[in-house]
Write a protein that binds this ligand. Structure first.
Ligand code: SF4
Length: 227
């Protein structure tokens, strides 16, 4: 059985941690403070105090544009979310990155199942059926562009291209497939460094990608339609 998300959070919370672009810290009074990781040292932040506020914060980027992919590296800046309980924290993190805590808990318990991209493509019907015709070399380019951490998506890819275990894209760096690497570091305003999590600062809880998302499937279709 995967460890419960609350238990997992309790364990992870022994130190501050990054979850995508969100930094979570525990205060001396056992409360939780969340902010954009770039805003750690910023004073002039808008204060929120409800876990549900995370829904609105996560909805739009700095320019006010809707964020269709919640794991894209465009979380808005300028807010600080103060929460009382572990349950509040769980709900807020679920709103920032839907489904990702559950995937992390399953992965920590060696229970996470991944689905090869070709299987996901072959499952499509109707107008998306054509997406399965995409070639391996087209996938190399598309996945490298669409899923890259710097500008695309902050998830760590765990799925393979096919049942034989081919890598999702030969054009992505090996760090993109390593849950120990902090994917958000490459697009942080803070100085870049080794992407592997360092024990001298906040820990990193990876955003895991166990199966290609609908947006990537839609992009495969666009490639085949020549759009
Ligand atoms: S397939 Fe996974 S890594 Fe790629 S964009 Fe979708 S969620 Fe992100």
């Amino acid at each position: 059985m995967p460890e419960s998300i609350e238990k997992l959070l309790e364990r992870v919370l022994t130190a501050p941690f990054y979850f995508g672009q969100v930094l979570t810290k525990k205060t001396m009074t056992e409360r939780f403070v969340l902010s954009h990781r770039d805003d750690e040292a910023t004073d002039q932040l808008k204060i929120f105090r409800s876990a549900e506020d995370a829904i609105e914060i996560a909805k739009r980027d700095d320019a006010g544009n809707y964020r269709p992919l919640k794991t894209a590296p465009n979380l808005r800046h300028g807010w600080r979310l103060e929460l009382e309980t572990l349950e509040d924290l769980r709900r807020a993190l679920e709103s920032f990155y839907p489904g990702r805590l559950a995937m992390f808990a399953a992965w920590k318990s060696d229970q996470l199942q991944t689905t090869p991209l070709r299987e996901t493509l072959d499952r499509q019907s109707g107008m998306y059926r054509v997406a399965a015709k995409i070639s391996d070399s087209q996938l190399d380019d598309l996945v490298a562009e669409f899923c890259r951490s710097n500008g695309g998506c902050l998830r760590t890819i765990l799925w393979k291209r096919d049942a034989e275990g081919a890598i999702a894209s030969t054009k992505l760096p090996k760090e993109k497939f390593d849950p120990a690497c902090d994917q958000a570091r490459v697009c942080s305003r803070r100085p870049a460094g080794d992407a592997r999590a360092s024990h001298s600062e906040a820990a990193t809880v990876p955003l895991l990608c166990q199966e290609a998302c609908n947006l990537l499937i839609a992009e495969c279709r666009k490639v085949m339609k020549g759009e």
